[in-house]
Design a protein around this ligand. Structure first.
Ligand SMILES: NC(=O)c1ccc[n+]([C@@H]2O[C@H](COP(=O)([O-])OP(=O)(O)OC[C@H]3O[C@@H](n4cnc5c(N)ncnc54)[C@H](O)[C@@H]3O)[C@@H](O)[C@H]2O)c1
Ligand SMILES: O=C(O)[C@@H]1CCCCN1
Length: 319
């Protein structure tokens, strides 16, 4: 085997741009929702539980024919790492040659996970939100930060409201947003006041019990929930789920992995890919929830984009 290129977080960050990621992922999510003819092969991720340390290791393989992207992400998530000032998610993506199965590159998967998850929520928001003035964010970690960065680039957000279960985290993120994006930001100490005037809400926490409940909210609000990726965990209350039109990234993932879906018994209206394809109508005047579990196809498409940019740069430097 020849030397396998390794791309670190800085390489990945420099290679991925939200505009390009959003359009590539939009097409891939549509391919996925076409079924077998869409050319996406993606089993449910395999997860090994490390109960003793409250951790998990997940393997996420996928092939997206339209992007020539064959990859597998290996990701660990250890919520208790936060107390040790360590990352709670650690990931690498292995990209393969689709024609021979040979490995083409190994790359950091943490930046990919942050950016592709935010990009997919942005796609759902583009189709399902009616207004974009006030963005409420629950959580202040990696995903909350990536979502604010992506959403402030993609939508005409006027104000960002932030709540976190530890207010210090919310204050730190608010300072970053104010200084780097120059957008009005307000920190809240309770979820209800944070969300009541919001047009779009992002829930990106490690909550295992519902934090976002049936509070008074704008009737048209669109909620993206990316947390609670385990069948026993919830981030949204059952009442909220049952009183909203629910969209998911994958029926299979949502029905097998999402406590918000499984424990509430809420009916899923559509995969976001079906909305992109126009096979189902987007219901935007009522409250909508996009429940995101995170799909391997998103990592494969992102890794392929990174590889193509890095290869191009290498060829230019060689000339
Ligand atoms: N859908 C996807 O594609 C996808 C991708 C990556 C991560 N995730 C999930 O998104 C969530 C956030 O991930 P992250 O990378 O931002 O993690 P992070 O560790 O960077 O941030 C976690 C956030 O949750 C808060 N938190 C911790 N315990 C909490 C509790 N009990 N109640 C409320 N808030 C709590 C922390 O203060 C922090 O703000 C996790 O559930 C993660 O598994 C989803
Ligand atoms: O899609 C992902 O990458 C993450 C892995 C950890 C659990 C939540 N989803």
């Amino acid at each position: 085997m020849n030397n396998i290129p390794y791309y670190g977080p800085e390489d990945v960050k420099a290679s991925l741009k939200y505009e390009e990621l959003v359009s590539a992922l939009e097409l891939a999510l549509a391919d996925f929702s076409k079924g077998p003819e869409g050319g996406v092969s993606q089993p449910l991720r395999a997860t090994a539980e490390v109960t003793k340390f409250n951790g998990f290791l997940a393997a996420m393989p996928a092939y997206v024919a339209s992007r020539n992207a064959l990859a597998c992400k290996l990701v660990t998530f250890y919520p208790n790492n936060a107390a040790k000032e360590m990352d709670t998610h650690m990931a690498h993506v292995l990209l393969f040659d689709e024609t021979s199965g040979e490995i083409k590159a190994i790359m950091d998967g943490e930046v990919i996970t942050a950016m592709r998850t935010a990009a997919v929520s942005a796609i759902a928001t583009k189709y399902l939100a009616e207004k974009y003035d006030i963005l409420a964010v629950l959580g202040s970690g990696v995903q909350a930060t990536a979502h604010i960065e992506a959403f402030c680039k993609m939508f005409p957000i006027k104000k960002v409201n932030i709540w976190n279960h530890r207010t210090g985290g919310a204050e730190k993120l608010a300072k970053y947003v104010k200084e780097s994006m120059g957008i009005e930001v307000q920190v809240f100490t309770d979820v209800q006041s944070c969300v009541e005037m919001a047009d779009v809400i992002i829930a990106a926490t490690f909550a295992t019990e519902p934090i976002l409940k049936e509070y008074p909210m704008r009737p048209w609000v669109h909620i993206n929930s990316v947390g609670a990726p385990r069948p026993q965990w919830q981030e949204l209350s059952a009442e909220l789920m049952n009183n909203s039109v629910v969209y998911v990234d994958s029926f299979l993932s949502a029905n097998k992995e999402s406590g918000d879906v499984i424990k509430s018994g809420a009916q899923i209206y559509a995969e976001i890919g079906e909305i992109i394809l126009g096979n189902k109508k987007a219901e935007i005047t009522t409250r909508t929830v996009f429940k995101s579990l995170g799909l391997a196809l998103e990592d494969a498409v992102s890794a392929r984009l990174v590889f193509d940019v890095m290869e191009l740069n290498r060829k230019i430097l060689k000339q």
